[in-house]
Design a protein around this ligand. Structure first.
Ligand code: ZN
Length: 147
């Protein structure tokens, strides 16, 4: 458990200090804004699709270490995945950050977010990226709010 906590902290710090895919995307196929008023996290997610495959993802925004690490890791994780798979992963991720015995086998590195369940106020920070991405895929115009 302590080892997992250490890994959790290391990965979160690494991704929040050097976020991957932090860039504006011109000519994105899909885009959505998300906001977590509890913490002040803001994120815009951009997507490129070829058929039903997500070929590129990027984001802009500012937020706490957990929200930044979550969106950074999400962009890495979902690149190359199919749109229809996103819902399945989103569900697993939500279970991961809210329940003790969540199966994390398909989530690869995202499994470290299991540590978030010890801090319920942080769950919205961790899931903001996912809510925003889902809204982008659904083509919703209104910004996502976690509240
Ligand atoms: Zn936050």
């Amino acid at each position: 458990m302590d080892e997992l906590n250490e890994l959790y902290q290391e990965v979160i710090i690494d991704h929040s200090k050097r976020p991957r895919n932090l860039r504006r995307m011109d000519h994105a196929d899909k885009k959505a804004d998300g906001y977590n008023p509890l913490c002040g996290d803001k994120v815009t997610i951009y997507l490129k699709l070829v058929g039903d495959v997500i070929t590129d993802l990027s984001f802009e925004g500012s937020g706490c270490a957990i929200s930044t690490a979550s969106v950074s890791m999400l962009t890495e994780f979902l690149k190359g995945k199919k749109v229809e798979e996103v819902g399945k992963y989103f569900k697993k991720f939500q279970q991961l950050v809210t329940t003790d015995n969540a199966p994390a086998e398909d989530l690869n590195k995202l499994a470290i977010f299991h540590g978030v369940r010890q801090f319920p106020t942080r769950v919205k920070c961790a899931t903001l990226a996912w809510h925003t991405l889902k809204s982008a895929l659904e083509g919703k115009k209104a910004p996502v709010k976690t509240e």
